[in-house]
Design a protein around this ligand. Sequence first.
Ligand SMILES: Cc1cc2nc3c(=O)[nH]c(=O)nc-3n(C[C@H](O)[C@H](O)[C@H](O)COP(=O)(O)OP(=O)(O)OC[C@H]3O[C@@H](n4cnc5c(N)ncnc54)[C@H](O)[C@@H]3O)c2cc1C
Length: 468
Amino acid sequence: MADQDKERRVLVLGGGVCGLMAALTLARKGVPVTVFEQADQPGGLARGNRRGENFYDLGVHMLHAFDVEVYDTIKDLMGEERIEVELDAKIRWGGSYYRYPLQFADMLRGMNPFTLMHCSAGLFLTQMLGKIFGVKEPVDAREALIQLYGKPLYRFFFEEFTERYWGIHPRDLSATFIKSKMPRLSAVDIIKRQLAKIGLKEKAGRSVESALLQETLHYSRNGAEAMPRRLLEAVEAAGGEVRLGRTVEAVHLNDSGRARAVTVRCPADGTEETVEGVAVISTLPMPYLAKSLQPEAPEDVMRAAGNLRFKAIAVYGLLVKKEKAIDALYIYYRRHVFHRVGEPKNAGLKVTPSDHTVLIVEMTCEEGDAKWRGDESILERVYADLESEGICTRDEVVETHILTCPTGYPIFDLGFEPSLELVQNHIASVPNLRSVGRQGGFCYPNMHQAMRMGIDASEEIRVELDMD
Ligand SMILES: Cc1cc2nc3c(=O)[nH]c(=O)nc-3n(C[C@H](O)[C@H](O)[C@H](O)COP(=O)(O)OP(=O)(O)OC[C@H]3O[C@@H](n4cnc5c(N)ncnc54)[C@H](O)[C@@H]3O)c2cc1C
């Protein structure tokens, strides 16, 4: 490494799509950059997992084109490898299939009239009362869901599902998650949309929700694998460095409280080194970063970091001897051991042998539990549930590959906000350090949003370092 490079090198921690996009942005501006990624391949949550001749996504990962700059960059990088896919997602609920995101017309068709009337009345009542008396700040996820959907719909649809998904009752989850993540199912919007369909009302502008309904997604014949691979190649082509198989163990601050170096370990040979840099962009889980700072963060920050938890995921990739198994890209289920089943072949995934298909079966779990380990009892439940849905039989499953991640989803426990703020403030007190991305931001971005966070962080760092 040349001396003048050492003096300008930015260190990027984590080689998921956020870290890689941050590195690409910097490298293309001529800034020396090194990415450290603990895995032996790039992509993080969006990596491709090759088993035999097939790729298994860690949960089907397709790119949304909402961020034009991100999309144009990826389109350019992926070239011929990019394929376009129409969003076709469904929810299995009470014996029927509903389009996802939830649409009122489907509910009309699928619900029994009594339940439908009950749910609609609840939704209207909630929103009328909200209009008359104002909407009070919800104290927990239960209240936030009721404000959005009304009590009957909450009880009928969301209560049990939310608890099974998170292993936490909605009353013990923060309202922040619901407010930021769930689409509002407004009674007025529903009627407006129905009237618009029969030409009685001017069509409203494209809301995010309606855009999602007709969206084109972007994928590859190797599944999610192509995008991070192409990003890594682009970083290297622009002069950046990506070091795989390097676990970040510590981020060192100097006496003025600025980040000056990171210590990385190579698990393959046990070696450790400390690499200097002028700034650090971290996409590691925020609590991990806070605990890795040297000198150590104050005790209250360390405690707060311990309060920020993640929900682990286990994803079972099945090779199935069947041409096609489901009639969608993915379907959400409420009452099975899994919560979502995807069939990426329906989005163009190449499967070998060609008369087989791949199923991506997703579930939340705890690190090290039976789902995580793939115990026989869980496998049997997975196969039985798939069979009960007519997706495939036990005999049609040729191979099952278990993929796991301890940090699938940040958990917005009731009262997590002060802990998050404390940790965020401590990290923000280091002027040349940014903690971004899904893990680093302790939030729920999609890939395009995570990549946007990477671009923005790299621009901020360039300004901070006066690199223009
Ligand atoms: C099941 C599931 C399905 C999804 N589907 C979609 C989808 O269809 N479309 C979409 O747009 N988004 C989807 N997402 C969201 C998407 O996965 C994320 O937004 C995106 O991948 C986040 O990228 P990131 O780089 O911020 O984080 P990550 O991908 O988590 O990257 C962090 C990186 O840091 C590395 N790391 C961690 N600790 C260390 C350490 N100590 N040292 C070195 N490296 C370390 C990790 O290995 C990882 O590579 C999905 C998410 C899940 C969980």
